[in-house]
Design a protein around this ligand. Structure first.
Ligand code: HPA
Length: 234
C-alpha cells in the first residue's frame, strides 16, 4: 500500500492505462478486461487489474490535472513497478484542420510548468512520447480508418483559461490540442525509464467552440481503450 493506492504489491500490472475519470476506469475494465479485480479505491480513485488477450493490464484513474496524475504515476512506477503507462483522455483542438472525435497522439507536450518544473529550474525539458508505442498506436488508428493527428500538444494547469494571447501563440506554432496531464506523464516516464503515450480524442474545439455530445464521448473513449491496448500488446 502507498499513501494514495490501496493495492497490495503485485496487484498492479506492468502496463497501466490511465483515464482521468475513475468511473471510466471501472467502465473500461468491465468492458475490455477478463476477470477485472478492483485494486484501489482510496479517495474514490479506482484501479482495476485483469487481462486482455492473456496480457495482464491495470486501468487506473489519474484524476484531473498534472498534480493529481503525478501522485498516481509516481506511486504506480516507484512502488508497484509499472513500466508502460498510456493516458487515454480528451482534449480541446487548437487547429482548424482537426475535427471533433479525431484522435491525437502527442509526440510532446508544452507547459507553463509541471510538478517537475521545480528541479529543472532554467531548463525547458522537452517531455517525449515513447516512439514504439506511438508508432504502433498510429498504425492501429490508421488501420481502423480513424482520423489521427500526430504532434505536439499543450498540457495546461487550468481548464478555465484566462490567457487568450498564449493560446493564440500556440495555435500559431502548430500545437494540436490542449489537455491537462500528458507533460507530467512523459516527464515521469523519462525519469524512471518507462514508456509513456497519450492517446486523446477531441471532445471540444477551441476555435469553433463545438463540443462532442455525451453519447459520442463514450464511443470515443472505447476507441481509445482499444488503440491503447493494441499499442501496448499487439
Ligand atoms: N482545456 C483543457 N483540457 C481539456 C480541454 C480544454 O479545452 N478539453 C478537454 N480537456
Amino acid at each position: 500500500m502507498t499513501v494514495h493506492i490501496g493495492a497490495q504489491p503485485g496487484d498492479i500490472a506492468e502496463t497501466v492505462l490511465m483515464p482521468g475519470d475513475p468511473l471510466r476506469a471501472k467502465w473500461a475494465a468491465e468492458r475490455f478486461l477478463e476477470n477485472p479485480v478492483c485494486v484501489n479505491e482510496v479517495r474514490g480513485m479506482l484501479g482495476f487489474t485483469g487481462t486482455w488477450r492473456g496480457n495482464r493490464v491495470t486501468i487506473h484513474g489519474s484524476g484531473m490535472g498534472m498534480p493529481s496524475l503525478s501522485i498516481y504515476t509516481n506511486e504506480l512506477i516507484r512502488d508497484y513497478g509499472a513500466k508502460t503507462l498510456i493516458r487515454i483522455g480528451s482534449c480541446g483542438a487548437m487547429q482548424k484542420h482537426i475535427k471533433l472525435r479525431d484522435v491525437i497522439l502527442a509526440t510532446t507536450s508544452s507547459t507553463l510548468s509541471t510538478p517537475s518544473s521545480g528541479f529543472f529550474r532554467e531548463l525547458n525539458f522537452a517531455p517525449s512520447a515513447d516512439f514504439g508505442l506511438l508508432h504502433k498506436a498510429f498504425h492501429v488508428a490508421d488501420a481502423r480508418k480513424m482520423p489521427v493527428h500526430v504532434g505536439g500538444i499543450y498540457s495546461s494547469d487550468v481548464f478555465y483559461d484566462e490567457r487568450p494571447d498564449l493560446n493564440e501563440q500556440m495555435v500559431r506554432h502548430g500545437v494540436l490540442a490542449v489537455e491537462m496531464e500528458a507533460a507530467e506523464l512523459y516527464t515521469l516516464a523519462a525519469r524512471y525509464g518507462c514508456r509513456a503515450l497519450a492517446v486523446l480524442t477531441v471532445s471540444d474545439h477551441l476555435l469553433t467552440e463545438e463540443a462532442l455530445p455525451s453519447e459520442d464521448r463514450q464511443s470515443s473513449f472505447s476507441d481509445m481503450v482499444e488503440i491503447a491496448l493494441e499499442a501496448a500488446f499487439a
